[in-house]
Write a protein that binds this ligand. Structure first.
Ligand code: SF4
Length: 275
């Protein structure tokens, strides 16, 4: 949920990334490694289209991972090769991740799943759950907007070494209950987080899963993104969009008496005419 730069692309001769987990400056400072996919929707060089964030809502309009260093060709190529590996050979990817995580440097440390992207399918999520269970000495965490998928697949029996936070700004926001769920919301700035009585994760991204359960994320300082945010929180912006969609849906449903099929049922003495 915060912007960051990635290391250079490292790809094997068969087009598979030789190193799956990376570390940027911000994450190195807190001992966290990242796994990243390309953010949201796009097209791979071979022509296949993808959507790695199927429940993204308004967040996609101000997605930090579709801006700046994330758009650099080497960074984009690394994320795309990660995704291709998952799509083309999920079992092989799972084994490669397990092999990489066997290195001593991961023991007692943290992996953030998805610096960008999300758990876009249940088989992919289940693959991660198997990886976590097989590497109990490493801790994993994630932000996610795949709320229904998590409530079905993860919540009944989560791995002990996995923590997650549901993030607002997606199409499933209405499912969230901040009285029960750990939730993250993007705010215009730190003052807005404090005024709302939420806790900022700015000092360390790990606070998103280790701190109080109402997690405030200050918006990235990207002028055209801040303009779109217009002083709102992600949750408020998404609620506006959801309400607008509901209203549009309601007015789109015409009363039965004015629908063409009802008019056609009117008897021959009627003065109504088909348009
Ligand atoms: S879910 Fe995250 S990575 Fe995906 S579009 Fe939204 S902000 Fe970007």
């Amino acid at each position: 949920m915060s912007s960051s730069a990635h290391g250079p692309s490292e790809t094997s001769s068969v087009g598979r990334p030789s190193r799956l987990l990376t570390q940027n400056r911000e994450m190195r400072a807190i001992g966290v490694h990242n796994w990243s996919l390309p953010a949201w929707a796009g097209r791979l060089p071979d022509g296949r289209t993808y959507n790695t964030c199927p429940s993204a809502g308004i967040c996609r309009h101000v997605c930090y991972a579709r801006h700046g260093t994330y758009t650099w060709p080497a960074v984009r190529a690394k994320h795309e090769s990660n995704l291709r590996f998952v799509l083309d050979d999920l079992a092989g990817w799972e084994q490669a991740m397990l092999t990489e995580l066997a290195a001593p440097k991961f023991r007692g440390n943290w992996v953030r799943i998805h610096d960008s992207g999300d758990f876009f399918s249940s088989p992919y999520l289940e693959s991660w759950l198997r990886i976590m269970r097989a590497r109990p000495d490493t801790n994993f965490y994630a932000y996610t907007k795949e709320i229904r998928r998590f409530k079905t697949v993860v919540e009944p029996d989560p791995p002990e070494n996995f923590l997650w936070v549901y993030s607002y700004g997606g199409t499933q926001d209405a499912v969230l209950d901040p009285a029960v769920d750990r939730v993250a919301d993007v705010f215009p700035d730190e003052d807005a987080i404090a005024e709302a009585g939420w806790s900022s994760q700015e000092a360390s991204d790990l606070l998103a899963v280790l701190g109080p359960h109402l997690v405030g994320v200050p918006a990235n300082n990207i002028p055209h993104f801040l303009k779109k945010l217009a002083g709102r929180r992600f949750s408020g912006w998404q609620a506006e969009v959801d309400a607008h969609r509901r209203t549009r849906g309601d007015t789109a449903v015409r009363p039965i008496t004015s629908a063409p099929s009802a008019r056609r049922r009117v008897g021959p003495e009627s003065t109504e005419h088909a348009a």
